[in-house]
Design a protein around this ligand. Structure first.
Ligand SMILES: [Mg+2]
Length: 474
């Protein structure tokens, strides 16, 4: 608790900040992935650029405002985006690059205050209540962040300032540039919603601006003739609860009053790392799937080690052509971080799934984190419980034994390959991600190393019609 000295020399306690005193910032990069692409390739400046999957199942991950003028937006199927904007330049995503830029952004934000809650790569909340004395009011801090982001990263962001996360988020949206048929209207950059003026700001907004109003709720509200947040706020007490159910009704009633006490919670450590991919065409061949799995394991294991972690649990996820989802998971007694150790378990899990339909999506994730492999405890056989490795409720009889053998194999790989994996990481850091990798990933074009999140929004490459011979279209 801070104390302030008065003229008389007697310290007077400063009252604690109450919720109504909070100053929250929401920082949101403008067209982030697409802007990074333009930054790295200035020939794209001023052009409609779409980052996303090019294949039949690809979706738009991000697009520049020039593309938005044509009605393109993120999460739209790429085929529709191409129809709306035939002149668009499609760019494959480079997730590792976005992660790199995001880390720089994050470093800038944590220099303002440690109270930074990252929401995604390009979005964060900051509680600057305690930083004001040093750095100025919310508007000043917001302006300084915009200048720093522009100066050091060469990118633009929009910042909302308000008394709660909810208001700050809506304010940053109001600060954004807008693209319409007539052109691009530059954004205000910073929008401050002063304390006490939340309802003036909030009530003219459409109900769909509120968190928790999706398609279904939006339609229900349309049917009731409720178009704006103000309409909603004017309803008698208890009406929203009756229309929408108690939980959602109460949630929205609170938001209409600008009531959102949620604190800014700094960095929560990730609970898993992984990689998954939707294929351009369904894959029937087990060998082809193993190839993709090896690549994903390589990417995920590298990420695990770079975070200085080991993992006990490995999960393989398969979505079939009929969208049926199967996950197989195995927890080991001894945590691992070597790529071949993780690969051995992943391969066994994949082999435990019957492939009677085409596979649409394959993924692998690592969880049950422990510290790095130095100081790793060797397994005591007395402690080994065959049930420790579970395959979930759908485990086959005899599978326990099979996976106990896998544990041993994984441990063998871990002890023989642990140092090699570390060396591979060092080489990649120095010479780039494609300099070294599993021999099974070498193609006539070189090494095809995946990084986590490469094109997570769908397959890139040519549309499947142009490449039907190779499953996966790669
Ligand atoms: Mg953004």
């Amino acid at each position: 608790m801070a104390e302030r000295s008065t003229g008389g020399g007697r310290p007077v306690p400063v009252p604690p900040d109450t919720a109504s005193d909070r100053v929250i910032l929401h920082v949101d990069m403008d067209a982030f992935f697409a802007s990074v692409e333009v930054l790295d390739d200035p020939s794209l400046t001023g052009r409609p650029v779409i980052v996303g999957g090019r294949g039949a199942r690809g979706v738009v991950a991000a697009c520049t405002y020039e593309a938005r003028m044509f009605g393109v937006h993120s999460a739209m199927p790429s085929t529709l985006a191409r129809r709306l904007c035939p002149s668009a330049v499609f760019v494959d995503g480079r997730f590792h690059r976005y992660v790199e830029v995001s880390a720089k952004l994050h470093a800038q934000l944590t220099a303002v205050t440690p109270l930074v809650e990252g929401i995604s790569l390009d979005e964060a909340f900051l509680d600057v209540t305690g930083a004001r004395q040093l750095l100025g009011d919310g508007a000043t801090i917001a302006g300084d962040i915009r200048s720093a982001v522009s100066g050091e990263l060469g990118l633009s962001c929009s910042v909302g300032v308000g008394r709660s996360k909810f208001i700050a988020k809506l304010a940053s949206k109001a600060a954004k540039p807008e693209a319409g048929r007539e052109g691009i209207v530059p954004g205000r950059g910073v929008v401050v919603v002063p304390r006490g003026e939340e309802l003036v700001f909030l009530h003219p907004l459409p109900v769909r601006a509120l968190w928790g109003v999706g398609t279904v709720t939006g339609r229900k509200l349309d049917a009731l003739g409720i178009a704006t947040v103000g309409d909603m706020a004017a309803l008698p007490d208890g009406a929203l609860e009756r229309y929408l159910g108690p939980a959602q009704g109460a949630h929205l009633a609170a938001l209409c009053r600008a009531d959102d006490p949620r604190p800014v919670v700094p960095e929560q450590a990730a609970k898993s790392v992984g990689h998954e991919e939707t294929f351009a065409t369904d894959i029937w061949d087990r060998g082809t799937l193993h190839g993709h799995l090896t690549r994903m394991v390589d990417a995920s294991a590298t990420q695990l080690r770079s975070a200085g972690r080991t993992a006990r649990t490995i999960t393989v996820k398969i979505k079939f052509s009929d969208f049926a989802l199967v996950t197989r998971s195995h927890s080991m007694v001894t945590p691992v971080d070597a790529t071949p150790a993780i690969g051995a378990v992943g391969a066994a899990l994949l082999d435990s799934v019957e492939l009677d339909r085409g596979v649409r999506l394959l993924g692998v994730s690592l969880s049950g984190f422990g510290p790095t492999s130095e100081g790793r405890q060797l397994r005591l056989d007395l402690d080994s419980d065959p049930r420790a490795g579970g395959c979930g409720p759908d485990r086959e009889p005899g599978e326990g034994n099979h996976l106990a053998l896998i544990d041993e194999e994984a441990e063998r790989f871990q002890s023989s390959w642990g140092a090699v994996s570390a060396a591979v990481d060092a080489i990649r850091t120095r010479y780039g991600g494609s300099s070294v990798g599993p021999a099974s990933l070498v193609t006539p074009d070189g090494l095809r190393v995946r990084r986590r999140g490469d094109a997570p929004w769908g397959p890139g490459g040519d549309p499947p019609s142009a490449d039907t011979t190779r499953p996966g279209g790669r």
